[in-house]
Design a protein around this ligand. Structure first.
Ligand SMILES: Cc1ncc(C[n+]2csc(CCOP(=O)(O)OP(=O)(O)O)c2C)c(N)n1
Ligand SMILES: [Mg+2]
Length: 783
């Protein structure tokens, strides 16, 4: 194993600020490596598992981060940090006094600094969570669009706008979501967005494909980005300018990724031997190499731009315009560490003896490993003063956004008459738009090319589409009849996306963070086709993970969308809705349920311990019940269920239903009551909330809503549950009080048909419910 390579040292002849930054950059390298070492080798382990952390990935990006945090970032800039450079991020925050020693000493421990930067779990201020590669990158572009929306709507003063910056690994560029995002960015005139690629040409498994930088340049230029490639450090540039330098540069540029990485690892004489073997007859080159001893040559050949702080500062300072910037910055993975360049270094950890060598090379006194300024050439006050003067030091804590009042029940009437929940949703938004007020003004809708078919048309007609520039509706101008007005402008309140559901969730994520990011809330409402939640599932999870708040309206759902057939029938989304943290899933059957759920959702999206809400709606028209709505009923509804027809004490059966199958459940129930007069009919508009309440009661004690609801039934009673979704959505009800359950639902898909045919085929019709009731009550049942 070779000795640690040189890290940037205080450069003689440069100005004092640069020297200070260079000295502190060494600390960032040191602390990130030490934090990981401490977690793996020094902290007590109770389970014997490897803790992990990425010393090589942190070392690769550390100097780029130092350049940004020490000098470039303004208080308004927001950054998504490459997930596995989290130790470098926390080291920087620690130097700035924004992170505690306790947190970094407990890196990856319960309650300590998180493995990957986390908005919600980390104690220092993380702007955007990262972890699932590619998503944090795209998030910055959508945050930029969200920022433009805020600017255009007066929610953010122009001087408070910043740049949205992603620091990404080069392997993140393999994620398809990046390209979906840049296409959307081009449509929305993306600006003030920087993506800075840590171009170490290594992924997790090995070194990566040759010369991709040419392709990246073409791709990003094509979508309107400025591509800035920073390859050589200044020492290399100086060497290339000397006699023999041209040949050295040509060799350098032609050197394959894996060879370059291997030589970086081998160091010492390996560089010289290889270059001379490749170019044996070039005397000028041989002369140039002679000027360097082996250590100096290794230092020279690994002098890439990403490890040259002064060069990075000049490049970042040189940016003067708003055009999105794509920086390709060459780096070496594990720079300065004994496994630099080794293809297997992604999860590599320095051994204790390697760490001792590294510590000595870094000049950190033994016993003072955590001390901020120990081993640095100047007094601590000098560094403190330098950091205090950095623009980033002026970053204020996340603002608290004012709560937007939600109209009361009287101002929020349920649409009347036979119709589907999808149509009713469109009417409710339309009514809100027409009535106006703070809630309507705060709502921003977005949809991936299904705006019209998810019934947002009325809303859009009134509130318009968002665009930074004004664009007329040509069809309207030409007096061509269309129910849709499609004019765009800065005041528009609908963001139309192309068909990429992943982008929808990232857009909702960004819009749903406007409160904490910019100090003023939006109420984002996104619509899509229910089956295509799967397409953007990781981005949905990512948006929830960082506690973005939004209303997701998915429609049409289930096999009830009968004639559309298999590809559009979503059968398992209820289980997604139940399993997803920070997302409450509702599937109302009637409009009075829908309006109360929406009123609650708009509050819940703003509540400190709240979350996002997912409405699984249907295109099936339903007759609406005539009933009055009061607070007690709404409480039950929001807790997940209410008795539509309460059972008599000791009843032997209840029919339980969710969503669009309400008519079948009700008709079957009417027939069942002729035989079992005391039976009950339980409406479950939110299996998710009902189950969550049950889990919470098991955990915290107390009676669960569901337990109270089921209490009147006989302990020997049967439950027949029915949903246009997986039977498991409701079958757990049997576990609450030990009732037997016959759970009806959909467990196969793919067949077109009409509703009667499909409900028959899947066992959701009246006959199936009656059969299930008969079977569960039969004394001949095997159990
Ligand atoms: C969506 C997703 N897939 C896989 C992983 C596992 N993973 C973590 S880092 C990584 C490769 C990172 O390479 P790169 O982005 O080049 O970062 P480097 O460490 O080289 O700087 C992978 C595959 C992940 N975090 N997210
Ligand atoms: Mg990489």
């Amino acid at each position: 194993m070779n000795a640690p390579a040189k890290l940037p040292a205080g450069a003689a002849g440069s100005n004092q600020a640069l020297d200070l930054a260079l000295e502190l950059d060494r600390k960032v390298h040191w602390l990130s490596a030490w934090t990981i070492h401490n977690a793996n080798h020094l902290r007590e382990s109770r389970d014997g598992l490897k803790v992990g952390g990425h010393q090589a990935s942190s070392a690769s990006l550390a100097t780029i981060m130092s350049a940004l945090y020490f000098s470039i970032l303004t208080p308004e800039d927001r950054v998504a940090v490459k997930p596995h450079a989290s130790p470098a991020f926390h080291a920087l925050q620690y130097l700035f006094g924004r992170q505690s020693l306790d947190q970094i000493q407990r890196f990856r421990a319960f309650g300590g600094a998180q493995s990957y930067p986390s908005r919600t779990k980390d104690k220092d201020e993380v702007d955007f969570s990262t972890g699932s590669v590619g998503l944090g990158v795209a998030m910055t572009a959508f945050a930029s669009i969200a920022q433009d929306y805020m600017l255009a709507h007066g929610g953010l003063a122009p001087e408070k706008a910043g740049r949205m910056i992603s620091l990404l690994g080069d392997a993140e560029l393999d994620e398809g979501n990046i390209y979906e995002c840049v296409i959307e960015g081009a449509k929305h005139d993306l600006r003030n967005c920087w993506w800075i690629v840590d171009y170490n040409r290594q992924s997790l498994d090995a070194t990566t494909s040759e010369r991709m930088f040419l392709r990246f340049t073409e791709i990003f230029s094509a979508v309107g980005w400025d591509v800035v490639t920073l390859k050589y450090g200044r020492k290399l540039e100086a060497a290339f300018a000397q006699a023999g330098g041209d040949a050295l540069q040509a060799w350098f540029d032609a050197c394959p990724n894996d060879l370059y990485a291997a030589l970086s690892f081998q160091g010492g004489g390996a560089w010289r031997a290889r270059i001379l073997a490749d170019l044996p007859d070039d005397r000028a080159l041989a002369g140039l190499l002679k000027l360097y001893d082996d250590e100096a040559l290794a230092d020279l050949m690994t002098n890439l731009a990403g490890h040259d702080l002064g060069l990075l500062l000049d490049a970042f300072r040189g940016v003067r315009d708003e055009t999105p910037k794509f920086f390709i910055i060459y780096t070496i993975k594990g720079f300065g560490l004994p496994f630099q360049g080794h293809k297997d270094n992604h999860s590599g950890l320095m051994t204790t003896s390697q760490m001792e060598t590294f510590q000595a090379a870094m000049g950190v006194p033994v016993g003072e490993e955590w001390a901020r300024w120990a081993g640095l050439p100047r007094a601590g006050e000098d560094y403190e003063a330098f950091l205090r003067a950095a623009p980033f030091a002026g970053k204020a804590p996340p603002p608290t956004a004012a709560v937007i009042p939600v109209p009361d029940r009287a101002a929020f009437p349920a649409p009347r008459g036979r119709q589907s929940t999808q149509v009713a949703f469109g009417k409710i938004l339309n009514d809100l738009a027409r009535a106006g007020g703070p809630l309507a003004d705060a709502i921003v809708t977005t949809s991936p090319d299904v705006t019209v078919s998810t019934n947002l048309g009325g809303w859009v007609n009134q509130r318009g589409l968002f665009s930074r520039d004004v664009r007329g509706d040509r069809f309207r101008e030409a007096s061509i009849a269309s129910p849709q007005r499609w004019a765009m402008g800065p005041q528009g309140q609908h963001i139309e996306l192309g068909i990429a559901e992943n982008n929808l969730f990232l857009m909702l994520g960004a819009l749903g963070l406007c409160g904490p990011l910019f100090g003023q809330r939006l109420i984002p409402v996104g619509t899509l086709y229910d089956p295509f939640i799967n397409r953007g599932l990781d981005a949905l999870n990512y948006a929830c993970y960082q506690d973005a708040r939004f209303l997701l309206v998915a429609t049409p759902s289930g096999v009830t969308l009968a004639p559309e057939g298999g590809a559009h029938q979503s059968i398992h989304t209820p289980l997604i809705g139940m399993a997803q943290d920070k997302l409450s899933y509702f599937e109302p059957a009637f409009n009075d349920e829908l309006t109360e759920i929406m009123r609650w959702a708009f509050d819940h999206m703003q509540a400190p311990g709240g979350g996002s809400v997912y409405l699984r709606l249907s295109t099936r028209a339903q007759d609406q019940p005539e009933r009055s709505v009061d607070d007690a009923w709404t409480r039950d509804l929001i807790a997940g269920a209410y008795w539509q027809v309460p059972p008599e004490p000791g009843a032997a059966l209840a029919v339980v239903y969710t969503g669009a199958v309400a008519p079948e459940a009700m008709e079957a129930f009417d027939q069942i009551r002729e035989d079992i007069p005391g039976a009950g009919l339980l409406a479950v508009p939110s299996p998710d909330r009902l189950h969550a309440g049950w889990s919470a009661a098991l955990r915290d004690g107390g009676a669960a809503h569901v337990s109270r609801l089921l209490a009147p039934l006989s302990s020997a009673a049967g439950l027949v549950s029915v949903i246009d979704g997986p039977p498991a959505t409701l079958s757990w009800l049997g576990g609450v009080r030990g009732h037997r359950v016959a759970a009806l639902g959909v467990d196969s898909f793919g067949q077109s048909g009409d509703v009667p045919a499909l409900y028959r085929a899947h066992g959701l019709d009246v006959e199936a419910i009656l059969d299930a009731a008969a079977s569960i009550l039969s004394p001949l049942r095997a159990d």
